[in-house]
Structure formats: C-alpha cells, structure tokens
Ligand binder design. Structure first.
Ligand code: DX5
Ligand code: ZN
Length: 222
C-alpha cells in the first residue's frame, strides 16, 4: 500500500485550509507539514499554531517533519495541535531514544529522518520505538530541489533492513521519501522500496487558482 503526502511547503500559505481540503479530496493520503527553524536549516516556516489551524480541515494524517534544533520542547505543542506523526533528524537531538519516547508518550507516531549523507546506523538501537523511517533525497530546507540519485541505493538498504526487522518482530515500519519526487520518477523510487511519498512542488505546482479539482490529475498520476 502506497501513501502520497503532499508537502504544504509549496502550497498557497494565504489559504492553507482550502489547499488541505482540495488536495485530500483529490486523493492524497496524508498532509506533510515541514517545520523549519532558521537554525537547524536555513529557512523559517510554520509551527504548532498553523498545525492547529489546519486540523479542523481534514481527518487525514498530519505528518510533521521537524527540521528544528532542539527537538524536545516543541513536541508536546505539536501533539496538542493535532499532529499524528512526528519525525525528527537524529543529529538535532541530544538523546534520540528520549525524543522518540516523548513523541510516542504524547500519543503520536514517531520517525527518524536521514539527510542524504546521514548513515542508517542510527536505526541500530532505535527500531523498536520507530513507526516510520524518512530518507531525505535532497538537503533539507527548501522545496523544488532535484532528487539525489544515490538515495535509491540507500532506499534499497533501508528496505532490506526494515523487511528483516518485520520478519523478526512482525511490526511494519513505513519507509518515506522526501525531496524531488515527481510524476516521472515516483515509480523508480517505489521500486527501490519507498511506500510513502512526500511531494511538494510536483503537487502544488500543478495548482490553478480556484478550481477545486486542480490537483486531481497530478495525484492520480502518482
Ligand atoms: C525539504 C522538505 C520537503 C519539501 C519537498 O526540506 O522537507 O518536504 O517540501 O519539496 P519538493 O517535493 O518540491 O522537493
Ligand atoms: Zn519534509
């Protein structure tokens, strides 16, 4: 089963509620919510107040991708704001196990995010507390960048690892990809093992003002 998670980063920030409703009505599965702090990454976006504001507009999973440092103190605010999944970059947390526990104790699912050059060894002692692994296929901070091809090998390695874990534990961990996902490369990315696809510019770039069906064809093509 595959999931499409449009990234609000490329949506029209002046009418986010409508963007959320329309993209889900077009067949998207999740809303990907990119949080940037101008410290861990060189850009500044949206926080818990905006999450709370979009929450009434959809029943879909709100997938919060934290690109912030430190991580822990913002986690309860996102849980209260209605986040369902919270992922963070292990380099940004001093205590990865504690942060994973904090996310789960707050009632959300938890995931680790790997930058293009971050090794997968952070999975070694954390799989039991992880619900999703997110591989970045661009360096985090901006939408509209090009997919880094080396991520395909990394996806295959992560897929093997998660399949082996599932065979032992019976627990399925999602494998998400984020950055440069387009209609014309998504099949290749799926073949490498991803099951959950973030797409920002590819989805919201297809927008035509006011047409409630403006995302139908791009979501259908993914
Ligand atoms: C980048 C963000 C992505 C971004 C993807 O730091 O994490 O979610 O919105 O945008 P596209 O799909 O345009 O590469
Ligand atoms: Zn993201």
């Amino acid at each position: 089963m595959y999931r499409i998670a449009p990234s609000l980063l490329s949506a029209d920030f002046a009418r986010l509620g409508e963007e959320v409703r329309d993209v889900i009505a077009s067949g998207a599965d999740w809303i990907h919510f990119d949080v940037m702090d101008n410290h861990y990454v060189p850009n500044l976006t949206i926080g818990p107040l905006v999450c709370e504001a979009i929450r009434p507009h959809t029943a879909a999973t709100i997938d919060v991708h934290l690109m912030v440092k430190p991580v822990d103190r913002i986690v309860p605010d996102f849980a209260k704001a209605g986040a369902n999944m919270i992922t963070f970059h292990p380099e940004a947390s001093d205590h990865i196990d504690r942060t994973l526990g904090l996310i789960r104790d707050s009632g959300c699912q938890a995931g680790l995010v790997f930058n293009p050059a971050t090794p997968l060894h952070y999975l070694d002692y954390s799989l039991e507390k992880i619900d999703m692994v997110l591989l970045m296929s661009v360096n985090p901070g901006f939408g509209g960048q090009k997919f880094i091809p080396g991520t395909l090998d990394k996806l295959r390695a992560a897929r093997e690892r998660l399949d082996a874990y599932e065979a032992l534990s019976g627990r399925h961990i999602l494998l998400q990809i984020d950055g440069g996902v387009k209609v014309d490369n998504i099949a290749q990315i799926a073949a490498a093992g991803a099951d959950t696809f973030v797409a920002g510019s590819a989805v919201f770039g297809a927008g035509r003002d006011a047409d409630p069906h403006r995302y139908d064809s791009v979501i259908a093509a993914m």
